[in-house]
Design a protein around this ligand. Structure first.
Ligand code: ADP
Length: 348
């Protein structure tokens, strides 16, 4: 018969994910105590949250995995709940503000390729154009696009003698991106802890002072980097980018509920690639369907911040390193971004 040991119990608990995240509760440090008395087991977890569904899910999922250990007679899972501070909750309880930055906004998506970086770059540009001094932190460590979108692929950021990184600046926007630190063909081959460190360095070791707003371009999904971000900085809110079709919306929903679970307000949804106006006949084509973003916004009870059309110029401006908001301010996509930025400024 398998002997009941602490290692065995920990291995089982490693299968339990923090609600809404892909990271397990052991690596997140929730386990406080394991007590084994012959075939009786007591496990104590501690979590900082004011969302009652979190401890419920942790208890249910932990009991389920522990029950599958052969020979265990009784299982007791105790969850100690600590109250997070008023301004932030759950995982955000240890997060702090970034010195010299008034608001930090995360731009997230469920799926890759929906235009999250394009939206981040142009939203930052539109905010800056409207007079809100804005920076951009590319937290997509494995798939960075921001340095390309600002035409700074080969510009390395400088550091001061006491290791403070000076962000790169284009069009008045300060930004940092892994794309500036690697060669074009070099992939970011990093293990989990190194990615966590890189993310923390981008947030903590860069001189972001003097900003009204810092936009974080998160990688797609709900993984380690998102978790590091919510643990490291107090967020004013999150914006979810999606395209209108169902496959993208399903994942956008997951991204939205991840922020809900850690009590970060979702400021709204931006629907990208909403429609295409044909240059030949000015007819509108809903290539990916229509109304998906609005339906999702209604479901989450958050505003639909805007609908950005599919536009060849938008793609071209991203590739050539000049956000369309600066390149062609009268383009319909630029107007959509400026409208979103205006709303966002008012909300903040
Ligand atoms: P993500 O960050 O979600 O992976 P990107 O912002 O990198 O997506 O966009 C993926 C590709 O789609 C890029 O080439 C970008 O220029 C293009 N793209 C994004 N949004 C639009 C749009 N509304 N119209 C045309 N091309 C777009």
């Amino acid at each position: 018969m398998t002997r009941l040991t602490e290692d065995l119990v920990q291995d089982q608990l490693r299968k339990v994910k923090f609600p809404g995240y892909s990271r397990d509760i052991i690596s997140f440090g929730l386990l406080k105590e394991i007590k084994i008395d012959a075939s009786d087991l007591l496990v104590r977890l501690s979590v900082a949250t004011n969302n009652p569904s979190v401890p419920e899910a942790l208890k249910r999922d932990s009991e389920a995995v522990l029950r599958s250990i052969p020979g265990v007679k009784s299982i007791k899972v105790v969850i100690d709940i600590t109250n997070p501070p008023e301004t932030s909750a759950g995982l955000q309880s240890a997060a702090t503000t970034i010195s010299g930055v008034k608001h930090v906004i995360a731009v997230a998506s469920g799926k890759g390729g929906v235009g999250k970086s394009t939206v981040s770059a142009n939203l930052a540009s539109a905010m800056q154009q409207l007079g809100t001094s804005t920076g951009l932190c590319d937290c997509d460590i494995y798939g960075p696009s921001i340095s390309l979108m600002f035409g700074a692929m080969h510009e390395r950021p400088m550091a001061t003698s006491d290791n403070v990184i000076i962000p790169i600046e284009r069009y008045g926007i300060k930004f940092i991106s892994m794309g500036s630190l690697l060669d074009d063909a070099t992939p970011a081959i990093l293990r989990g802890p190194m990615v966590t460190r890189a993310t923390q360095q981008f947030l903590r070791q860069v001189d972001w002072s003097g900003l009204d707003c810092l936009i974080l371009d998160l990688p797609p999904g709900t993984g380690d980097i998102q978790l590091t971000v919510v643990q490291t900085v107090a967020l004013s809110g999150a914006i979810i980018v999606t395209t209108p079709q169902e496959v993208a919306l399903i994942d956008a929903r997951k991204a939205g509920s991840m922020f809900e679970k850690v009590n970060v307000p979702v400021l709204g949804i931006i629907e990208n690639m909403s429609y295409f106006i044909s240059p030949s006949d000015s007819k509108r084509y809903d290539i990916f369907g229509s109304g998906g973003g609005a339906r999702e916004a209604a479901r989450l009870r958050v505003p639909l911040l805007g609908e950005v059309p599919i536009d060849i110029k938008l793609r071209e401006s991203g590739d050539k390193g000049c956000p369309i908001v600066f390149d062609e301010p009268n383009n319909p996509a630029s107007k959509a971004f400026l409208k979103i930025a205006d709303q966002l400024r008012k909300n903040l």
